[in-house]
Design a protein around this ligand. Sequence first.
Ligand code: GLN
Length: 485
Amino acid sequence: MHEQTIAEMSRALAAGEVSSVELTRGLLARIERPELAGNSFITVTAEQALAEAEAADRARAAGQAGPLTGVPIAHKDIFCTNDVRTSCGSHMLDRFVAPYDATVVERLRAAGCVMLGKTNMDEFAMGSSNETSWYGPVENPWDRSRVPGGSSGGSAAAVAARLAPGATGTDTGGSIRQPAALCGITGLKPTYGRVSRYGMVAFASSLDQGGPMARTAEDCALLLDGMAGFDPRDSTSIERDVDDCAGALDSYPLAGMRVGRPAEYFGDGMAAEVREAVDAATQQLAELGAEIVDISLPHTELSIPAYYVVAPAEASSNLSRYDGVRFGHRCAEPSDVLDLYERSRAEGFGDEVKRRIMVGTYALSAGYYDAYYLKAQQIRQLISDDFRKAFSDVDLILGPTSPTTAFPLGERADDPVAMYLSDVYTIAANLAGLPALSMPAGFADGLPVGVQLIGDHFSEGRLLAAAHGYQQATDWHRQAPPGID
Ligand code: GLN
């Protein structure tokens, strides 16, 4: 049962072969096994899940079921959930319970999804390995001594270990796509503004975007259709109809699709075994009829330095709300208000979060603003222009998702720059606000390799259809980690 995708569960539920209560019970039993869960959940909401599953079964019996009715999923612990703790992976929010649901949670709930629990993540989504979580690292189901990627590491590991057929994630610089790649699943970062950020704890507001993580492109389409759309409560939400992505999976055939291969994504820095898998996937797409076109995105190497100014700058501002007064952790017996702020923040935040706040505050300070923040915004424009030019010639852009496969736990934990380099291929899409996905495309030494597809604004339908076409012809996405029966 747990081997089924969302689409398969949806069909089995519709055919009456299984109930949502049965599916939910089965998955909860797996989540309770630590050797399978590998610390991928921060909070399990078993009782509530069973109540939601019962309600879904009743709705179905009353003839009111949609494609997601009764399908159990997990939410990254960055999405506010009414009455259930939202920790964002931080000691700061360890006891924070929101009085409302994030729009993403609300919409998926309204579509009939059952929430199994909240998944582990890097603290405030800052990281690429899930090791900055206050709740401890998550194990990669393919090799439990390795990281699952981050920051949506818990969601990726849970989906890969078949604890949930799908989960939500967020992606500010790669946090859906990189863990999807390292755990051998499919993950989509939508166009900026497509999915509401209301109720999603803010990291870097001009980059943050929620999206689906699942085993197949088809399942990502089903989840995206459930969560996307205009929301007046998010001022950057786009007032524009969202395509029916699940219904459009066959509308964009690979035959004749022009796929750009940027020279800058295939230079030094990519591990040889990753390159082999990405080259093989390129070849396969060509065999399926895609036309591979050499292109250039000349400002690619500036994306990491630009991101690591813009993202910390916005984070330093967003995280100023955690002052021990209104949100989260409050230190014991403060002597005055300054002591309250200082100790609450010193105790509540971990090292990486503090590093970002300091870097961001510095970059925004008088005298440095023009040299750092303004410069980074100018680079951001150049990166967007590169993509605009590329998309006048090609339909999609293809490259690696991550320069390496899953690395050992601890390997980069004390080396922030090595960690930041994990995002070298993913960050540009965030800076330009473009949709991008990662899909499984092979293995190297038993570890999954992901291929990234980047599309023009609002081309989620085409992106998911291309990935679906690839997945119809390959079975990388069907492989399961060893020992998860
Ligand atoms: N790894 C990147 C960072 O630490 C991206 C994180 C994300 O996308 N949330 O900022």
